[in-house]
Design a protein around this ligand. Structure first.
Ligand SMILES: Nc1ncnc2c1ncn2[C@@H]1O[C@H](COP(=O)(O)OP(=O)(O)OP(=O)(O)O)[C@@H](O)[C@H]1O
Ligand SMILES: [Mg+2]
Length: 331
């Protein structure tokens, strides 16, 4: 599928640091990434590699002991890092919505579900009457498979999956242009998950929504994403359109990650990548993947590889790996 190459959000050299008793760790480390208008960009990587931190940093919702220590995030010709609190609140409501990994933390426990959605709609579209907002809330939750009666419940009365769908309804109610969905389907059963994915696909077509889809579920990425970014230890290891990434992964980490997924390589034995991601307080020198890499070379221990663009006939692929450096030098 072709996507427009108009950039809607541009992350440049972003670093997010958590200050812990054991030392400082950069959960996102000098990371740059563009989101194209109307695309679904899948963001994958093992637990702890910094995916949620990146999502929250885009929303400027990093809480202490975390802090955005450097970088820029450009949207609508403005660097979001430079906006004041009120301006940033507007961005959060009208431009970027986030569906959190843990929805309970962002719902008000003493407020009924309908009030959450109605208030969200009216805060951003003050001319909409309460009745109209209520009607929209009903349509939204019903599209997500929640009966209208559940709108009268409080968050704790819903199941985890229902709460997650309420978060999704809230993001959609705000008509955000960019939605950051952080493990948005983990608490959903298979049927609801399929419905949700259909809905996202519809909304993407209908409203040209741009979605940053953070997930461990490679199946969802295969089904929905246009491009995929693979993250490792706070950095992007590889970025490519979805077909290229699945059929011709270049980074040894991507290769290991995909080989560990059942169904993708049905023809080969299931592989389990050795080792675990590094402790980010004292990450390995050079390429952070080198201690686990089957192709490690001397340079990998010494210097971090730059992002090396790979020429492709269609699509695009960039890989942070020294294996491909010599190939670029020759061109
Ligand atoms: N509040 C915090 N204080 C200290 N360290 C933190 C905090 N939040 C996250 N981290 C650390 O930052 C790193 C990235 O965490 P993050 O939650 O962004 O990972 P993730 O990729 O979303 O993982 P998962 O797939 O498990 O959701 C981890 O090493 C984590 O331990
Ligand atoms: Mg996470």
């Amino acid at each position: 599928m072709t996507t427009s190459r108009e950039t809607i959000l541009s992350i440049r050299n972003l670093t997010v640091t958590y200050k812990t008793r054991m030392g400082n760790l950069n959960a996102v480390d000098n990371l740059s990434l563009d989101l194209y208008k109307g695309e679904v960009l899948g963001l994958v990587g093992e637990s702890g590699c910094g995916k949620s931190t990146l999502g929250k940093a885009i929303m400027r919702m990093i809480l202490p002991p975390g802090q955005i220590t450097s970088g820029e995030i450009w949207m609508d010709g403005r660097d979001l890092m430079k906006l004041n609190k009120k301006e940033m609140r507007d961005v959060r409501g009208n431009r970027i919505g986030m569906i959190f990994q843990d929805p309970m933390t962002s719902l008000n426990p003493v407020q009924r579900i309908d009030k959450h959605i109605i208030e969200a709609i009216q805060a951003h579209e003050p001319h909409v009457s309460k009745e109209e907002a209520n009607q929209r809330a009903i349509e939204l939750v019903e599209r997500l498979g929640i009966g209208r009666k559940r709108l009268l419940d409080y968050p704790h009365q819903l199941s985890g999956g229902m709460r997650q769908r309420v978060m999704i309804a809230l993001a959609l109610a705000l008509k955000a242009q960019v939605i950051i969905a952080d493990e948005a389907t983990t608490a959903l059963d298979a049927i609801v998950e399929a419905k949700f994915l259909d809905l996202l696909r519809e909304l993407k077509e209908e409203f040209g929504l741009t979605i940053l889809m953070i997930t461990h579920n490679i199946g969802i990425v295969a089904e929905l994403a246009d491009r995929v970014a693979v993250m490792y230890a706070g950095r992007i290891a590889e970025l490519a359109d979805v077909d290229t990434l699945f059929h011709a992964p270049k980074h040894p980490y991507t290769q290991g990650l995909l080989a560990s997924v059942p169904n993708i390589n049905m023809d080969s034995e299931l592989y389990c990548m050795d080792g675990t991601p590094p402790n980010l307080i004292s990450p390995p020198s050079g390429c952070r993947f080198h201690p686990r890499c089957p192709h490690v070379m001397d340079i990998c221990r010494e210097q971090h590889p730059p992002f090396i663009p790979q020429a492709l006939d269609n699509g695009e692929q960039e890989v942070a790996c020294w294996l491909y450096e010599s190939a670029t030098e020759q061109t």
